[in-house]
Ligand binder design. Structure first.
Ligand code: NAD
Ligand code: UDP
Length: 314
């Protein structure tokens, strides 16, 4: 078969840029599309001279026509700080972005993968969360623009599949971290590392007893690449690392690994902050032969190395 032409929306962001690397490595022609809201050119700088790589400034709320074989729809701010900055724009990005990318997939008969999220489970009362769990989501809170936007994107994927036979994949991504997260990203791993490296207070929201399960970026990219390239999977698939930690534990590990003089301080817990989160990855294991390999300490070490350089270059 001829070389695959692959579109990555949100390709200049944290996950998108690693995915572009993976696709180039696999021999694909890659079109990276981004509006640079939270992503930046420096994440894909090293690919710009490659004739198989193309960068387009475009906003997914507007339609675009491109000839491609596969579409990874990742465009959407992922950090609460950024998705709450302009909540109406966030939900437009998820909903209209999904409609535009599904319309494109339908027209050019491309396979499309939607980046969904563990947030579709909301503040879950089933633990760990299997894909069959419908979730516990506040439809009118400050996280709803993101959570409900992603839920609608999933609905659109399933309806385009049922109605128009579009070949779809849905990945429910659990908290993922690693190099190329922005210094001002605002999510917990980058915040704690940046605070620790600057010997500033580490801001634990609430008691820090809430849990998250942290997946290193290389594992995540491997999972979604496998999902896209495996036949016969239509429904959502969880990809994440089942290793579950309290936020206070995360703060302690970061202090330990950086040797920082930072103190842990408490800040107000944001509204609707989920109490617990851990993926059930039985399906990914069974159908993709996938499971994460990188431990939290290993992943944090390389992420700390990245932020040391990024802060020195500031
Ligand atoms: P990110 O903020 O680094 O990347 C998002 C990218 O999308 C950025 O480059 C941004 O500029 C771009 N973008 C935003 N709105 C756009 C628009 N309207 N048009 C075009 N581009 C737009 O975040 P990330 O962590 O890389 O997340 C990538 C995707 O994965 C998102 O869809 C996110 O919801 C999903 N996800 C990520 C995580 C995680 O832990 N990293 C967890 C669950 C889901
Ligand atoms: N959090 C924190 N301090 C920070 C940033 C986040 O304690 O500086 C907490 C946040 O309240 C949540 C967890 O860390 O309980 C994960 O937050 P993040 O924004 O990374 O992701 P999400 O809540 O979307 O899973």
């Amino acid at each position: 078969m001829s070389r695959k032409r692959v579109l990555v929306t949100g390709g200049a962001g944290f996950l998108g840029s690693h995915l572009c690397d993976r696709l180039i490595q696999a021999g694909a022609d890659v079109i990276c599309l981004d509006n640079f809201f939270t992503g930046c050119k420096s994440n894909v700088d090293h690919l710009l001279g490659n004739p198989r790589f193309e960068l387009i400034r475009h906003d997914v709320v507007h339609p675009i026509l491109l000839e491609v074989d596969q579409i990874y729809n990742l465009a959407c701010p992922a950090s609460p700080v950024h998705y709450q900055f302009n909540p109406v724009k966030t939900i437009k990005t998820s909903v209209m972005g999904a409609i535009n990318m599904l319309g494109l997939a339908k027209r050019v008969r491309a396979r499309i993968l939607q980046a969904s999220t563990s947030e579709v489970y909301g503040d879950p009362n089933v633990h760990p969360q299997p894909e069959s769990y419908w979730g516990h989501v506040n439809p009118i809170g400050i996280r709803s623009c993101y959570d409900e936007g992603k839920r609608v994107a999933e609905t659109l994927m399933m309806d385009y599949h049922r109605q128009n036979k579009v070949d779809i994949r849905i990945v429910r991504i659990f908290n993922t971290y690693g190099p190329r997260m922005a210094i001002n990203d605002g999510r917990v791993v980058s915040n704690f590392i940046v605070q620790a490296l600057r010997n500033q207070d580490i801001t634990v929201y609430g008691e820090g007893s809430q849990t998250r399960s942290f997946c290193y970026v290389s594992d995540l990219i491997d999972g979604i690449f496998r999902l896209m390239n495996t036949d016969g999977i239509t429904g959502p698939v969880n990809i994440g690392n089942p290793g579950e930690f309290t936020i206070r534990e995360l703060a302690e590990v970061v202090i330990d690994l950086t040797g920082s003089r930072s103190q842990i301080v408490q800040r107000a817990l944001p509204q609707d902050d989920p109490v617990q989160r851990q993926p059930n990855i039985a399906q990914a294991r069974a159908v993709l032969g996938w499971e994460p390999k990188v431990t939290l300490r290993e992943g944090l070490r390389s992420t700390i190395g990245y932020f040391e350089k990024a802060l020195a270059a500031e």
